[in-house]
Ligand binder design. Sequence first.
Ligand code: GLN
Length: 242
Amino acid sequence: MTVLKQYTVGVLALQGAFKEHIELLQAATQTYSDLNFKFIEVRTPEELITCDSLVIPGGESTAMSLIAERTGMFEPLLKYIQSDKPIWGTCAGLIFLAKQIINGRPEQKILGALDIQVKRNAFGRQQESFESPLDFGSFIPGVDNFPTVFIRAPVISKILETSYNKEFIPIESIIDNQDQNIIYSNNKDFQNNSPVQVLHKLDSGLIVAVRQGKILGTSFHPELTNDFRFHKWFIDEFVLKN
Ligand code: GLN
């Protein structure tokens, strides 16, 4: 009898849309009969260390950071980032992974896994929440009409320069208030050695999806649709290639 390798994908379940991620991950892997997946809600350090990959959902990044600290999960999450495993943050999850945030709250802590600056609540009041079909065909083959959901969404306002990234070319979103009220991550122990790739910019010039090596960040919520193609791409491109 052959023993199938098991892939454990955790979804951080401190707060936010974690159940939705688990449902779409399950739907996305239904046809993988030759692989063995386990999708778990992660609330404790013991659960976190069993994960081969991690998803950080949308929700509220200030609450997520406070709950992480209160439940003793913040330090284990910093360690997890150093372990060089795939991670995907959506919306509040993207904010939690950034190195700098604009419009952050003073007590808010961030993990500093992605060399980016993120602006919270970056769309004006009129456009606080909206849905838009986007073309991701340049990085997900055939996916040219994906239903994206933006809810009080952040954007990536800057790609940050780092000492090891010699080929750095400054890329900025078209955005106001660049340098107001910035919160910095103090994760000094971690250096992501891959360059930041911009995966998607809106027509307005705002950057809404990036990848830096094994870490993926999106401003929008593929978990709040019933289209599992984005989750399938995460499994194929990040989880299975690791
Ligand atoms: N604005 C929220 C925050 O700052 C993110 C919103 C979301 O995840 N839908 O955390």
